[in-house]
Design a protein around this ligand. Structure first.
Ligand code: SF4
Ligand code: SF4
Length: 148
């Protein structure tokens, strides 16, 4: 019994260090190309089509329409990193980053909200994003965000 324990100890010391001191040291295996980490949304590119919300399996993207504004909310705590939203986005507004260290005690770290001023089609009633600021002002009037 005692002998086997000594053997075990010797074996353990022979193996040397098998763990990396990350995050105190360098990252041992950084994510490679094509890694699907936290999603990023480029609000400027988004046209508010809703494609990402339609295909999201866990329903982590919520769309709310008010008079001339479409609000997109991304609840990343529900995200399964499937990448469907990035695949279908016609404008390339959603991308998968390599960020994977997402542990947090503040849910706001995993929340993205964007508001898009939209016009309403006179024929079908569906929302669309006016192409230019001038077009937008024609349908929505002046908005506080117009000058930024
Ligand atoms: S990566 Fe998948 S689960 Fe996450 S927001 Fe996009 S579609 Fe939804
Ligand atoms: S992020 Fe892309 S898919 Fe989602 S609403 Fe905007 S343009 Fe459409």
């Amino acid at each position: 019994m005692f002998k086997s324990k000594i053997k075990e100890v010797i074996l353990c010391f022979k193996a040397g260090r098998v763990t990396a001191p990350f995050p105190l040291g360098p990252e041992p295996n950084p994510p490679q190309d094509g890694y699907r980490g936290k999603i990023a949304v480029d609000v400027e590119k988004c046209i508010g089509c809703g494609g990402c919300a339609n295909v999201c399996p866990p329903r982590s993207i919520k769309i709310t329409d008010t008079d001339h504004t479409r609000i997109l909310e991304y609840f990343l705590s529900r995200c399964t990193y499937c990448g469907r939203c990035a695949e279908v986005c016609p404008e390339g507004a959603v991308t998968m980053t390599r960020e994977y260290q997402l542990a947090t005690n503040d849910l706001n770290d995993l929340y993205i909200r964007s508001e898009i001023y939209m016009g309403t089609c006179g024929r079908c009633g569906r929302c669309f994003k006016p192409k230019t600021i001038l077009d937008r002002m024609m349908v929505t009037g002046f908005q506080p965000g117009d000058l930024s």
